[in-house]
Design a binder for this molecule. Sequence first.
Ligand code: MRU
Length: 357
Amino acid sequence: MSHREIKEILLREGSRVVPIRWEGRRLYLLDQRLLPGKEAWIAYDDPDRVVHAITSMVVRGAPAIGIAAAFGMVLAAFRLRKQSMETFKNDWHAVAKRMLGARPTAVNLKWAVHRLQAVITSGDDVSTISRCLEQEALAIWHEDVVANITMGRYGQALLPAGAGVLTHCNAGALATGGYGTALGVLRAAVSAGKGIKIFADETRPWLQGSRLTAWELLQDSISVTVIIDSAAGCLMHRGDIKAVIVGAYRIAANGDVANKIGTYSVAELAKANDIPFYVAAPVSTIDLDTPSGETIPVEERAPEEVTFFAGQTVAAPGAAALNPVFDVTPSSLVTAIITEKGVVRPPYIETLHALFH
Ligand code: MRU
């Protein structure tokens, strides 16, 4: 499967935005920090620069991070291919370690790098291994796109016709290999003629909702209404929002969901207003090795992301700030989890395990 073929699949589904390109042993990432103002691509041939692209949010969203990391590890193999087998493997694994540390909450990152590590272990010739790694990275990307389209079909059936649906952060094409998870479900509902009205939380402090979700939907001529994060409760209470759908950064074995900060508040509001709260995520986001949300490491980023915006101070100089970038929504608040293998409901400890058999 080539980059061009993956793009063709997405175009057939009406999804034009793809955040990643793989051309001639070079990785290109759409710089998501600059959207919607500027569409700029950055070229990478150094795996450590890919690590930096992940930590600095050039590429973000759990599945997109996994795919970028996989190609980063292919770049590492190309760079090291003139080494002896032993040095090749040692140096490659050292890069893998740095890649795994790029964003601690993202389980897809771990999952993708481990898939490539299995390829390294099974090969004994450097150039064959490098080619196999490239094929594996393309397979990870292709599988992600197919999974998103499939979960879109399952998930859209849950949304009532004409309903207002709220999403938080960006779980769309930009956060994945294309099409999106939560936004994939919304795309599928729009294609099915459901006549839904999409609301996007702006999602402080990086504004993934107002910058990225709104931009990518508008690229595909899908209408969207941006609201400030704190307007969600009011809109639910007055009946404008009838369902919530979000993505996930990591889902624990008991169904607890780590996702962008603010997701938990939206889930509590949904519960209080008797509105279903859906999570859409590929099976690669489910981490059966993490028993519950309590053991998911939550990334904290620099306080300046809260106190400054676009280089301007937005907090009183001298004020301290705290910036946890994910929260954990307990499984008791999750109505259903939409995956490419079907829709699962409580008790998640059983239904999530069943997806792996
Ligand atoms: O910090 P980000 O922008 O990488 O966080 C992204 C999210 O939390 C998404 O909701 C999640 O990764 C799902 S993406 C399909």
